[in-house]
Design a protein around this ligand. Structure first.
Ligand SMILES: NC(=O)c1ccc[n+]([C@@H]2O[C@H](COP(=O)([O-])OP(=O)(O)OC[C@H]3O[C@@H](n4cnc5c(N)ncnc54)[C@H](O)[C@@H]3O)[C@@H](O)[C@H]2O)c1
Length: 260
């Protein structure tokens, strides 16, 4: 399939587990991908690996000027932008992100800054170019955005805000040809974390309604579809991609079902 042929796609957090998967898949389907991340070396390695004219951009999601410069760099290099994948999140914050009483204000502010504010800035900077190209935005939120959780208060609140930003962008700019959709991934292990947490993987699988754990490729396939013209009639939608985890009403029984 070459659903992304001729499209210029900017993937933020593109050096990470899911972001590199999305970058790879979009390039494989013909996109020229800009892999944007704070880790320039990693982003460069991924860009070199996926080829098809891909290149890397360093940016810092905490820095407004750096975000607008990232979008400007895409335009300098390619003169157009068709797809913005807002995938970045400072996942290192999750260690400090507990329940409401445990989470300090600095963590809350940083989570909102990196996981929501940065995406507002990137969207604002990219929109004029996406209106021109009749492009698409895909926001990577989280299953945490939908329900309540025993921890990750700041992360969940920021990601819930991202779902709202998605719907507002869709409604405000759909008539101008820009679609904006979001994805709520379930637990997606990748890299070293995957090897280090077999117990977590097993317990996640126990409360999922599929036969395996989620992979970055699962999110990449969905993001590529939503960004492509095949999804031309889908706007303002959020798609949960979690192996059925969130639709189960009797999770305490699923272990037995999955083990059968
Ligand atoms: N992995 C999961 O289980 C899961 C589940 C639900 C949602 N998500 C969401 O998917 C997206 C990707 O997650 P992931 O698991 O690939 O995480 P990851 O940590 O592997 O990737 C995040 C990337 O963002 C970059 N980054 C962090 N801070 C930055 C900053 N200040 N400026 C620029 N870049 C910065 C990192 O260098 C990294 O490459 C995130 O939005 C995350 O919230 C992940």
């Amino acid at each position: 399939m070459e659903r992304m042929k001729g499209k210029v796609a900017l993937v933020t957090g593109g050096a990470g587990g899911i972001g590199s998967g999305i970058s790879r898949r979009m390039a494989a389907e013909g996109a020229i991908v800009l892999v944007a991340d704070i880790l320039l070396d990693e982003a460069q390695k991924i860009a070199a690996d996926i080829g098809n004219g891909a290149s890397a951009i360093r940016f810092d999601a905490y820095d407004e000027r750096s975000i607008t410069a990232m979008v400007a760099t895409v335009l300098e290099r390619h003169g157009q932008l068709h797809v913005l994948v807002n995938n970045v999140a400072d996942t290192s914050l999750t260690t400090f992100d507990g329940n409401v009483l445990e989470t300090d204000l600095a963590t809350f502010d940083k989570s909102v800054a990196s996981n929501l504010r940065s995406i507002f800035i990137a969207t604002k900077a990219a929109l004029p170019h996406l209106i021109e190209s009749k492009g698409a935005i895909v926001n990577i939120a989280s299953g945490s955005a939908i329900g309540g959780d025993t921890w990750l208060t700041a992360y969940s609140a920021a990601k819930a805000g991202l779902l709202s930003l998605t719907r507002n962008t869709a409604v405000q700019f759909g008539k101008l040809g820009v679609r904006c959709n979001s994805i709520c991934p379930g637990f997606i292990a990748h890299g070293k974390a995957k090897e280090m947490m077999p117990d977590t993987l097993r317990s996640v699988l126990d409360v999922s309604f599929v036969t395996r754990n989620g992979e970055p490729e699962d999110i990449a396939a969905l993001a590529t579809f939503l960004a492509s013209d095949e999804a031309a009639f889908i706007n303002g939608e959020n798609v949960v991609c979690d192996g059925g985890h969130s639709v189960g009403t009797t999770p305490w029984r699923t272990g037995a079902v999955n083990a059968a």
